[in-house]
Design a protein around this ligand. Structure first.
Ligand SMILES: Nc1ncnc2c1ncn2[C@@H]1O[C@H](COP(=O)(O)OP(=O)(O)OP(=O)(O)O)[C@@H](O)[C@H]1O
Ligand SMILES: [Mg+2]
Length: 466
């Protein structure tokens, strides 16, 4: 989709420093290595790199328009130069402009846990759906992976095409004000807060801080828009109460709910989805009851958009876990739940519960790494989680990292887990060595920790040798 120079100037309120040779340009790019002939290069200043240093390279690669907040040191030939006050804001402005121009239904998803999963499930449902008689297949834009911040969201919306009917976008935060800003960019017609749980406490301070931050999404829904409210989450319920527009509730007492949940262990789950008075059997490829909650949330959103139960059933049946999110692997007859993508107390407990519920012979072993970004509550949260984990009566706990090996271990002991079931590792290789000696066919391992702990390395090391 092309941009005219006038559109860019209008959307960004920028100043034309140099006219260049062209008036029409191609896609917006922030990574100079991705520039193609005709691209618009936006010079972002990141934590490590400053895009302003790559302006000349971008133009050499074919950029015909560059957007900067500092005058380029060297003269830029062959390209239009537009100066703005802040290039990050300009990127957002362009994304917002495109969102308004093509006017798809925008569904925004935030929450402490389950954003990406809910987003993938909803997108899969929409691909199966018909709206006003027309199929949505190929007409659904979704956030790729985890592109949920002030760079990722605009880049997602900038991929919008005229024929996209719905955009499903993920909004993430680790400090106050971010969701508000992201919501203003996305201007959602429909929004969901999947959960409010202790995560990113470093930036958001307390649970009330987390709730206030997530609540900004409901506050920034379009006037004629709607919200989905998880009645089983007390914080979300409270946030939903303040919303004056249309609401769709889900959870035990909600308009949309799950009945007769049946775990299929690592293979997933079966349940009856109830929407108002209608019912429909669902087969889910995601293990764990927490993923049934995500599925019900996705179904509530789809229902609000006018999607049939048949499409919801088909879409949920098709959706599959993404890499390192409850991903099932196997190594020499040992089952592995690779959930190493990220972690906070609620998501670790959900995963441990899933592990403990797997039926059959063999041991159930959790291999856990530190949870980051918990700020001053870090020690206490690790301790508390250790105590809670003890109740699931796992065969063993293998720990890596300063907080888990100290605090979580202490908590597990206090919760009644015998000391001989708790092991600590010096590093990934050490833990892999210990596990290799222990595990047998039929056992199940869960790997989880914050992204910085890279707990998936243990799987790689296990699979790499022997
Ligand atoms: N509803 C839920 N409640 C608790 N834990 C959950 C829930 N949904 C997912 N999880 C856990 O969180 C992990 C990450 O899920 P997902 O990627 O969907 O979350 P996210 O909110 O997108 O995370 P991030 O903030 O890292 O983008 C899952 O693998 C699972 O362990
Ligand atoms: Mg995510």
């Amino acid at each position: 989709m092309s941009w005219t120079k006038n559109e860019i100037l209008f959307a960004t309120a920028g100043k034309l420093l140099r006219a260049g040779r062209k008036d029409v340009f191609g896609e917006v790019v922030t990574d100079s290595s991705k520039v193609r002939t005709g691209s618009i290069f936006v010079a972002l200043k990141g934590e490590r790199l400053d895009g302003h240093r790559f302006v000349a390279e971008a133009v050499r690669r074919g950029a015909r328009c560059v957007i900067v907040h500092r005058r380029p040191a060297r003269a830029v030939k062959n390209a239009a130069v537009i100066k703005v006050s802040d290039t990050l804001k300009a990127l957002a402005d362009l994304a917002h402009y495109r969102r308004q121009k093509f006017a798809p239904k925008v569904v925004a998803i935030t929450g402490s846990n389950g954003k990406t999963t809910t987003k993938e499930m909803l997108a899969a449902i929409l691909e199966e759906a018909f709206l006003n008689g027309a199929s949505l297949r190929g007409k659904v834009l979704k956030t790729e992976g985890n592109f949920n911040n002030l760079v990722g969201l605009p880049l997602t919306l900038l991929r919008l095409r005229r024929d996209h009917r719905v955009a499903v976008v993920e909004l993430g935060t680790n400090h106050p004000g971010e969701i508000q800003r992201l919501a203003q960019i996305a201007d959602p017609d429909l929004a969901i807060i999947t959960s409010v749980a202790p995560a990113h406490l470093e930036g958001l301070t307390s649970m009330a801080g987390v709730a206030r931050e997530k609540g900004a999404l409901y506050r920034n829904v379009r006037a004629d828009g709607a919200i989905a409210v998880n009645l089983d989450d007390p914080w979300v319920r409270r946030l939903g109460r303040r919303f004056k527009g249309e609401k769709i509730t889900y959870g035990k007492r909600g308009n949309v709910s799950a009945e007769s949940w049946q775990s299929l262990g690592p293979k997933g789950a079966r349940f009856i989805l109830r929407v108002g008075r209608a019912r429909c059997a669902i087969r889910l490829n995601y293990p764990g009851q927490h993923n049934v909650v995500n599925a019900v949330g996705a179904a509530a959103l789809a229902h609000n958009l006018g999607v049939s139960l048949t499409a919801i059933r088909r879409g949920l049946g098709r959706a599959r876990p993404m890499a390192m999110r409850m991903q099932i692997e196997e190594w020499q007859g040992v089952g592995i739940i690779n959930d190493a993508y990220n972690a906070n107390p609620a998501s670790i407990e959900a995963a441990v519960k899933t592990l403990a519920e797997i039926k059959g012979q063999g041991e159930r072993i959790a291999v856990l790494g530190d949870m980051f970004e918990l700020g001053r509550q870090s020690r206490q949260q690790h301790l508390k989680l250790g105590k809670r984990i003890a109740q699931y009566r796992l065969s063993a706990l293998y720990l890596l990292g300063a907080e888990t090996t100290e605090q979580m271990r202490k908590g597990a002991l206090r919760g009644g887990m015998p000391a001989e079931k708790i092991f600590v590792g010096k590093d990934h290789s050490d833990l892999a060595r210990q596990l290799r000696r222990r595990v047998r066919r039929g056992d199940w391992l869960l790997l989880k920790g914050s992204r910085g702990m890279a707990m998936e390395k243990i799987v790689q090391k296990l699979k790499g040798r022997r």
